[in-house]
Write a protein that binds this ligand. Structure first.
Ligand code: NAD
Ligand code: MG
Length: 388
């Protein structure tokens, strides 16, 4: 029986993780659930899975949750510091980090520091502070198993291999809803349109990141840290069918790919069950449904976020952190129709130039860079709104 803390249990990854728990009775026990503001769903989940504790990080929702669970044994906490406490409990074996964005950083670090098994969905944590997180994980013996489908694919390709024989990794990208489109089209795109992803159903932020290809840029940086790669060893290829989830090319020229239908429950289940491969009854891949699997070079000129993320990866230091913060701001603004699709890249580029470079940032430096970038990005969005 593995005892789980699911951070961000009300989100797309969190709810699917609970589906995996429900589909495997006797294998997992839910110890902690957390949500930011969706009190109703958190209450419902607590009633169904009977965890030891829930954390609602939005403190204004504490009373509602506390009141609703007053007849149960479930402990109710609120605020981010509670999150950092509960992940360290002895009764927690695995922490699934499914909070979105920089907001997931501190709790992930707390879990790593306590040497917990980490099922990592919150890619922003590694984008921002991959150096610190991976070093700490090695020190504390915290094993990090990726949930992101591409990284799960690479991880699965590497089981039984010597990681020093990796020549390169090839991250596949669906290309998102605007594959093949040019700037003259993208300039008019609205959030409602960008939220319709062809192959995956996900939270709003990552869906916009998939439309801009920022998601693939974040994933390049995530892969660099997870697998200890040099920047030159990371390649992106567009594969619109999303059947090959990513590939590893080895030093003998051999390439391994991991495939399956695009369903996040598979990589979630793999990370939760690792090292066991658990069974399930989900729909199977039938190759006759896919007469062609196709591949093409990403359009770095049109989808500038991918080029910016690559640049940030090569620059290193606090640049990926700054880029991530600016991106979080513009994505929220885009979702509220306050900035245009193409302007998102303009803002990110300017913020990357504006925040002072720090070569070897401490955690405090990362927090400061994040705050600074957010303030500048919000200013730029406000200015651009006048012309938008
Ligand atoms: P989501 O928006 O659906 O859910 C986010 C969860 O985090 C919710 O439970 C929410 O309550 C919580 N949350 C939001 N803001 C918070 C804050 N400030 N403090 C504490 N909790 C907060 O997001 P998602 O799509 O499930 O993505 C979660 C993470 O997993 C992201 O980092 C994303 O990049 C990554 N990921 C998601 C998918 C996917 O298919 N959805 C795939 C790969 C990776
Ligand atoms: Mg992914």
């Amino acid at each position: 029986m593995k005892r789980l803390a699911i951070l961000g249990s009300t989100g797309s990854i969190g709810t699917q993780a609970l589906d995996v728990v429900a589909a495997h009775p006797g294998l997992f026990e839910v110890e902690v659930l957390s949500a930011h503001s969706n009190a109703n769903l958190l209450i419902e989940q607590a009633q169904k899975f009977n965890p030891n504790a829930v954390v609602v990080t939005d403190e204004t929702k504490y009373e509602i949750v506390k009141e609703a669970l007053s007849q149960s044994n479930v402990k109710v906490f609120s605020g981010h510091s509670s999150l950092e406490d509960v992940v360290q409990w002895d009764s927690v074996d695995i922490v699934l980090t499914a909070i979105v964005g920089f907001a997931g950083l501190r709790s992930t670090i707390a879990a790593v520091n306590a040497g917990k098994g980490i099922a990592l969905a919150n890619k922003e944590t590694l984008v921002v502070a991959g150096d610190i997180v991976m070093k700490l994980a090695a020190e504390k013996g915290a094993q990090i198993i990726p949930v992101d489908s591409e990284h799960s694919a690479i991880f699965q390709c590497l089981v039984g291999e010597d990681w020093r024989t990796i020549e390169k990794i090839i991250l596949t990208a669906s290309g998102g809803p605007f594959l093949g489109r040019k700037p003259n089209y993208l300039v008019n795109v609205k959030a409602s349109h960008a939220l319709q992803h062809p192959n995956w159903t996900m939270g709003a932020k990552i869906t916009i990141d998939s439309a801009t290809l920022m998601n693939k840029g974040l994933e390049m940086i995530e892969a660099k840290w997870l697998f200890g790669l040099d920047n030159e060893q990371i390649e992106v290829i567009v594969h619109p069918q999303s059947i090959i989830h990513s590939m590893v090319q080895f030093t003998d020229g051999s390439v391994k790919a991991q495939m399956g239908l695009p369903d996040m429950k598979l990589p979630i289940q793999y990370a939760m069950g690792y090292p066991r491969r658990l069974d399930n009854k989900y729909k199977r891949l039938d190759f006759r449904d896919y007469a062609q699997l196709t591949f093409e070079q990403p359009d770095y000129k049109t989808f500038r976020n991918l080029a910016l993320a690559k640049e940030a990866m090569f620059k290193g230091g606090n640049t990926p952190c700054v880029m991530n913060a600016a991106n979080e701001v513009v994505v929220q603004s885009f979702l509220h129709n306050k900035v245009g699709f193409i302007e998102m890249s303009d803002v990110i580029e300017k913020i990357m130039e504006r925040v002072a470079y720090i070569e070897q940032p401490s955690l405090d430096d990362y927090e400061k860079s994040d705050k600074e970038a957010r303030i500048y990005a919000a200013e730029l969005v406000k200015q651009s709104q006048l012309s938008y």
